[in-house]
Design a protein around this ligand. Structure first.
Ligand code: UD1
Ligand code: UDP
Length: 369
């Protein structure tokens, strides 16, 4: 089986890593062509290292403040030559990034079957998340086999008329990745961070979504400033996304603010461990919503919609949005009401059991081996 894998941002590479590493267990049966687009740079390189990936090609497309059009155009052009040279039996990509969308379109242009990992997540709102909702919907139209993490995801695909025999519920590969990393010992090298963790109850914050750029992100910062002022026993750890558009808002907001520890994005291993150390997570990330339930940490989702309703139904996460008053009140409630907190910190994970890659590869062998 000749398989071409495509990934290129932090989250899709974390979630593709278990698939790639599972494929590598079959060197005689599988010819693997590992491509990274380089849609991210530093944030991609750290994942490649954490999972010991060995890309054969890096399209190196990233530029500062890149546009959606330039990402897609550069990936389509870059993949063309590679696909023509290798003529794979199947192309695989994960999720809803522009890397994923461009990979599926490229597969279609070359009439090569496309397998979509993490298929069927939907908000049914064209612009939220933007552009991810349409990236994944278009990818579903072009895919030949759909690996849906949950039943809800499969039902979303069925409602759109996808052939049931092409959908497989396999859980989310992010749990495979998480379990691989969470078992390893880790000690933060940064003594300032170690002191912070020792002396404070940690609230972890991440935000990067396009819908939150500008005013909503400023509102999140306002809420956080009020929280650390009123609850001095808490400290906020905030790895700030590399995107300059995020940094232009965040850095000035927190200048001179105590009890907020701003840092570069964590590498994946330390990030899993800082999640484990956290009392509460505030985030607009998709992947973090999926990981936190395994670590028993409640999540406040800083978005209007989520394509991950399973965590909300299970009680691990609360969809709060970016209204500063509402964020503040929700955090206050969870700091004061132990029963409410304990309910949210249960550890059952609705997104998978860590065997997703194995299940996925079985199907790929049946179809394309
Ligand atoms: C992308 C994905 C989003 C995903 C997010 C995860 C798209 C359209 N968006 O959004 O779905 O949730 O990744 O983080 O696919 N940058 C660096 N170094 C890096 C990474 C980014 O400097 O390692 C800066 C660059 O200036 C780049 C900018 O961040 O132009 C934005 O990167 P981009 O991939 O376009 O968007 P994200 O917001 O990261
Ligand atoms: N993550 C990381 N370092 C950080 C923040 C997040 O390694 O500083 C990991 C996190 O564990 C998760 C993934 O990045 O697996 C989520 O990526 P992101 O929030 O950038 O994108 P999304 O999941 O929202 O598409």
């Amino acid at each position: 089986m000749k398989v071409l894998t495509v990934c290129g941002t932090r989250p899709d590479t974390i979630k593709m890593a278990p698939i790639i590493n599972e494929l590598k267990k079959y060197p005689r049966e599988v010819e693997l062509i590992e491509v990274v687009t380089g849609q991210h740079k530093e944030m991609l390189d750290q994942v490649v290292k954490a999972f010991a990936l060995t890309p054969m090609y890096n399209l190196n497309i990233m530029s500062s403040k890149q546009t959606l059009s330039s990402i897609t155009a550069k990936i389509l052009t870059g993949l063309e030559e590679i696909i023509q040279k290798h003529e794979p039996n199947v192309i695989i990509a994960q999720g809803d990034t522009s890397t994923t969308f461009a990979a599926s379109l490229s597969a279609f242009y070359h009439k090569i079957p496309f397998a979509h990992i993490e298929a069927g997540l939907r908000t049914n709102n064209k612009y939220d998340p933007f552009p991810e909702e349409m990236n994944r919907r278009i990818t579903s139209l072009l895919a030949d086999v759909h690996f849906a993490p949950t039943e809800i995801n499969r039902d979303n695909l069925l409602k759109e008329g996808v052939d049931p025999s092409s959908i497989f519920i396999t859980g989310n590969t992010v749990i495979d990745a998480l379990l691989y990393i969470a078992g390893q010992d880790y000690k933060f090298e940064d003594e300032k961070l170690n002191d912070f963790i020792k002396n404070k109850k940690i609230i972890l914050l991440t935000t990067h979504r396009r819908e939150n750029w500008g005013e909503p992100m400023r509102d999140i910062c306002k809420a956080v400033k009020r929280i650390v002022k009123d609850f001095p026993e808490y400290g906020v750890v905030f790895p700030v996304h590399k995107n300059p558009i995020v940094r232009e808002v965040v850095f000035p907001e927190f200048e001179g603010v105590e009890n907020v520890y701003l840092t570069e994005p964590f590498d994946y291993v330390p990030f899993v461990h800082i999640q484990k150390e956290s009392h509460l997570i505030l985030t607009d990330s998709g992947g973090v919503q999926e990981e936190a339930p395994s670590l028993g940490v409640p999540v406040i989702v800083l978005r209007k919609t989520t394509e991950r309703p399973e965590g909300v139904s299970a009680g691990n996460s609360k969809l709060v949005g970016t209204d500063p008053e509402l964020i503040y009140k929700t955090v206050k409630e969870l700091t004061e009401n132990k029963e409410a907190y304990d309910k949210m910190s249960q550890t059952a994970n609705p997104y998978g059991d860590g065997k997703s890659a194995e299940e996925t590869i079985k199907v790929l062998f049946e179809r394309y081996g």
